[in-house]
Design a protein around this ligand. Structure first.
Ligand SMILES: [Zn+2]
Length: 292
């Protein structure tokens, strides 16, 4: 199945009412048991506010409450369209781009982008990757700022990337490349039994076999990117290349404070690369803060 194009998007969501109805249906639906009178109810759309009313007791349900759309004066259709843009973009969506496409202020666009990224991260979740019989490539990269001057490493942010071969990616911002900073992240996010592939120069290399992982390395200094026996870090490196090109091209630069959210946006899309057509409906139907 292909991803919806812009025409199909507007056919499905022609106006704010259609978007509100969609939200009501995916989060509650007809027959939803009224929290007040505790009866299965037919729910009527109120004209005076963005809410639905119980057929028995008149209790109101506001479909936007508890979602990223709550407390926003931006029309729901613009929100949905912004999410559509995030799912169809290969290089990410900047605040400036949203401002231009939606005709809202930069401040509004920026806030929307931040909430959408957080939403993507929440929906993606943090289930550990790898496991028995699985290979996970691990590498780190520096993102942001310029790579000149003696202290350039200090002005950049270290992004740690873990990708299960043929599976999901997991990206984390870490304070530095020291073993003590990286090992706890590996333990928390890579399941025991995993075969870990890294570059040979990594600080934590000696420490990885400690515990429940096996470990293979490639030597980049020798110009080696994959060994004949299949050890490689190609996948994580091409992910990093894409991420850095996209940030440079779309956002110019990203502050350290918000980098994690940007990185999670890429992780979300990467993890759905085999089924991109599911992204829009997933993001418009799952609101994890309520599922919990
Ligand atoms: Zn009721």
């Amino acid at each position: 199945m292909k991803q919806a194009n812009v025409r199909q998007f507007f056919q499905q969501f022609p106006n704010d009412d259609a978007c509100l109805e969609h939200l009501f249906n995916v989060r509650f639906g007809q027959g939803h048991v009224c929290p007040k009178c505790e009866r299965s109810a037919k729910w009527y759309r109120l004209q005076s506010e963005q809410a639905y009313s119980c057929q028995w007791c008149g209790h109101h349900i506001h479909p936007m409450v508890g979602s990223i759309f709550e407390k926003s004066r931006t029309p729901l259709q613009l929100w949905f369209y912004a999410i559509f843009l995030f799912t169809t973009s290969k290089h990410g969506v900047s605040g400036k781009e949203l401002q231009r496409q939606l005709g809202v202020t930069y401040k509004t666009a920026w806030r929307m982008a931040r909430l959408i990224r957080d939403h993507m991260a929440a929906v993606d979740g943090d289930t550990p990757i790898g496991g028995e019989g699985k290979v996970v490539e691990i590498d780190e990269t520096f993102v942001g700022g310029v790579t000149t001057g003696r202290d350039w490493r200090e002005r950049k942010t270290v992004v740690m990337g873990m990708i299960e071969r043929g599976g999901d990616a997991m990206l984390k911002i870490v304070p530095d490349q020291r073993r003590g900073s990286l090992l706890p992240v590996i333990r928390a996010n890579v399941a025991p039994g995993t075969e870990i592939h890294t570059d040979e120069l990594r600080a934590y290399n000696k420490a990885i076999p400690v515990g429940s992982y096996s470990h293979k390395t490639v030597n980049h200094q020798k110009g080696e990117y994959a060994t004949p026996c299949g050890t490689s870090t190609n996948q994580i490196e091409s992910f990093f290349n894409h991420l850095k090109k996209s940030i440079a091209g779309t956002h110019t630069s990203v502050s350290q404070k918000y980098l994690e959210a940007y990185v999670k946006e890429f992780e979300y899309r990467f993890n759905r690369r085999m089924r991109p057509e599911t992204m829009l409906s997933e993001l418009l139907s799952r609101f994890p803060e309520l599922d919990a």
